[in-house]
Ligand binder design. Structure first.
Ligand code: ATP
Ligand code: MG
Length: 718
């Protein structure tokens, strides 16, 4: 039943209500995590609809993921009780742009049936263009150029807009020419790549003011969630629409800008007031999500960043029995998975729902040990924002190689990798192999080896095929002679598979290489390659994705905007988190983005945030000690406890766990990862009224006063 128009407003605080009701003119809601930004956005749409300011199809609402769009639609339906199916323009930037582009494709040189290129197609096309240009495509790889293209498109740069220096950076000054040709080819193919979706709409709007005007009139109200992670192209797109219609509402948090590596520009949020004339800025300061301990930990941590606007955040969600944020030291990633698995089971026994628990990792390779452990325990889990570890493209490819070595008649595996990486074994060749296999009723690999002795194949594919088969013969012999993990590495190297990803300049490539390393590392726990493959088939056989109650596993990046009662945060070690690559590539800025990621992670928790670090990582069978993340030193001691290991998996030491218990885990007792920060912190805890000088962070006061106010930096530093 349709509620009274103001029902949806009930429960909002005055600032939230103002943000909902200030419908006319540009509005920026700049506020920290859990302050109700998304809720404001949703309520605002409900309000606009309920008060008849616009009809569903006249509202443009942008979310960061498709999932978030679906959820928002459901909530709005809940508020206004009515039909929200008409909300045709609620989606991600990309989905909205596809819709616009289908309508006006001819105006940008496409037909409305245009296809959207996937990465593989894109790489193939770029490679053709590089070759046609007479360039060495080993020196100037398609994958490298795809990465560069992506960067240009994120910044809304067409071939003519690229700075001279940048255009020169690829293939001795051919960058611009390649870009131009690539776009021409796309147009002939009636295709667009992902970046084009936005760029074409921008071009459309610029070249056809009448079309732009149409949309400006249509979208009476525009709303953008997670505004801190928009890139330049998205920003320009929005600006164009807002020129004719100032009712733009953006909500975001500069402290949660975590996609800089993918071209997001936090500057967009910083200059909103300047670019959208007459903008109202509303700050929300009450956090409704987390306990005071969690909020204090997150606020304190993020205060170590310099480039931020600074915000006040407070909560009165504070009870004496609330859990402190816990930090636990574990031996290695296996123990980490065991510990977290046990804690989940313990919570479950007490009646907590698995849906309210999440494991948030920094890098996807970390998921492997949790998935394995949860399968062993029979705990339902789902992986959000990406495939499960063993379902990842690179893992499936690698496994296909291993399967072909162990089981030469595994046709599916052979088909998968016979031309991955590309070896010039096209469809025609594969067809011939299939023909022989069918006629002789033999496996593909056997058929292939018969074929190479005939004249049926042209020399080039024949050599390529022979090479593949020789490789497999050799690896099969080596299987008897060397350790399976060593061989696995050799296979991925000699097949050119690892190299393929090394050459890849896409943002995902380094993660894929890490996953491959993790795969090999995980094989170490098995006696043989066969044993390992058996284990995988068991893991893969189990599908808990549809389970109604399941623990979520995801990266910190995909956790944005979500919330859970209990959040497990493993792998807080230097090099992993903050991630070394981020530090190497972007220095101080990289570190600050990592810290924002930590802030996002902690603030996903409503009641319990549990942090872990492993003292050791086993890499290629060798122990390597690791340092606790510097972010641990940046947590406020008053809100953090060092967790004691539960007795069931313990067995080391006994009692006396202070900060020094971190040291007691060192197998070689080198003391190389003692934790000076924590010792400092512990001392500070015992001294009176610990406060970080000048940071405006006053934990002593927090203890005395209620409601608790956690003050971050009030003054804009940037
Ligand atoms: P993030 O920055 O993480 O995206 P957010 O600012 O978008 O957070 P929301 O997800 O909208 O915050 O809200 C956080 C939680 O607080 C949600 O569970 C939401 O329902 C709740 N909440 C927000 N405002 C209120 C309110 N006025 N009264 C009660 N609960 C609220
Ligand atoms: Mg949100």
């Amino acid at each position: 039943a349709r509620g009274a128009p103001s029902d949806y407003l009930a429960g909002l605080n005055p600032e939230q209500r103002q943000a909902v009701e200030t419908t006319e003119g540009p509005l920026l809601v700049l506020a920290g995590a859990g302050t109700g930004k998304t809720r404001v956005l949703t309520t605002r749409i409900a309000h606009i609809l309920a008060t008849g300011r616009a009809r569903p199809f006249e509202i443009l609402a942008v979310t960061f993921t498709n999932k978030a769009a679906r959820e928002m639609k459901e909530r709005i339906a809940g508020f206004v009780g009515g039909n929200v199916e008409g909300m045709a323009w609620l989606g991600t930037f990309h989905s909205i742009c596809v819709k616009i582009l289908r309508k006006h494709a001819e105006l940008v040189g496409l037909k409305s049936s245009f296809s959207i290129l996937d990465t593989d197609d894109q790489i193939r096309l770029i490679k053709q263009i590089i070759q046609a240009e007479g360039l060495d495509d080993k020196r100037w790889t398609a994958r490298a150029f795809a990465g560069i293209l992506d960067g240009w498109k994120n910044r809304a740069l067409g071939p003519e807009d690229i700075a001279e220096g940048e255009a020169r950076a690829f293939a001795n000054g051919k960058g611009r020419k390649l870009y131009r040709e690539y776009q021409e080819r796309l147009s002939i193919l009636n295709a667009a790549d992902f970046g084009d979706l936005l760029l074409h709409v921008i071009t459309l709007f610029k070249k056809h003011p009448d079309v732009l005007k149409d949309y400006q009139r249509r979208f009476r109200y525009m709303l953008v969630d997670e505004y801190q992670d928009t890139n330049v192209a998205q920003y320009l797109w929005l600006r164009l629409l807002a020129q004719g219609n100032p009712n733009v509402c953006c909500v975001g948090d500069d402290d949660q800008s975590i996609y800089g590596w993918r071209g997001a520009e936090v500057d967009n949020i910083l200059r909103f007031e300047h670019d959208f004339k007459g903008a109202t800025v509303i700050r929300l300061e009450r956090n409704y999500r987390s306990t005071s301990h969690i909020l204090a930990a997150a606020s304190h941590l993020i205060s170590f960043n310099e480039g931020r606007l600074g915000k006040t955040l407070f909560t009165d969600f504070s009870e004496p029995d609330h859990d402190l944020v816990s930090v636990a030291s574990v031996w290695d990633s296996e123990e980490e998975a065991r510990t977290i698995g046990e804690e989940i089971e313990a919570l479950q026994t007490k009646g907590h729902s698995l849906n309210e628990m999440a494991v948030l990792v920094r890098a996807s390779f970390q998921m492997r040990s949790f998935e394995d452990r949860f399968v062993t325990l029979g705990l339902n889990y789902r992986v959000i924002g990406g495939p499960r570890f063993y379902e990842r493209l690179e893992i499936r490819d690698a496994m296909a190689y291993f399967r072909c070595v162990v089981q030469p008649s595994d046709d599916l595996a052979f088909e998968r990798i016979v031309n991955t990486p590309k070896r010039g074994l096209g469809e025609a060749t594969i067809k011939l192999v299939h023909g022989v296999a069918r006629a002789e009723r033999i496996p593909l690999m056997q058929a292939a080896s018969q074929l190479i002795d005939t004249e049926e194949l042209k020399p080039k594919p024949r050599n390529a095929l022979k090479n593949v088969l020789d490789n497999f013969d050799r690896w099969r012999r080596q299987l008897e002679q060397m350790k399976h993990t060593e061989l696995a590495e050799i296979i991925l190297d000699e097949s050119g598979y690892t190299e393929m990803w090394r050459q890849d300049r896409s943002a995902e490539a380094p993660g894929r290489l890490d996953n491959l390393k993790e795969l090999i590392r995980s094989m170490d726990e098995f006696e043989s390659m066969t044993g390992f493959l058996e284990h995988i088939s068991l893991v893969m056989d189990r599908d808990s994705a549809d389970a109604t109650d399941a623990v979520s596993i995801m990266t910190l990046h995909s956790a944005k905007g979500l919330e859970f009662d209990t959040v497990f945060l493993p792998g807080w070690e230097e090099g992993l988190f903050p991630h070394q690559r981020s530090l190497d590539e972007s220095g101080r800025a990289g570190l600050e983005e990592e810290r924002r990621l930590a802030y996002v992670g902690i603030t996903r928790a409503k009641k319990r945030a549990k942090i872990y670090f492993a003292s050791n990582r086993r890499i290629h069978g060798q122990w390597q000690s690791s340092l606790p993340s510097r972010f641990l030193d940046e947590l406020p001691v008053d809100h953090v406890e060092i967790a004691e290991p539960s007795t069931s998996y313990g067995g080391y030491g006994g009692g006396g766990y202070g900060p020094s218990r971190f040291d007691s885990h060192d197998p070689f007792d080198t003391g190389s990862y003692s934790t000076p920060g924590w010792k400092r912190a512990q001392r500070a805890r015992s001294s009176e009224g610990f406060s970080e000088g000048g940071r405006g962070y006053q934990s002593a006061r927090m203890k005395r006063q209620g409601p608790l106010t956690i003050e971050g930096e009030l003054v804009a530093k940037s």
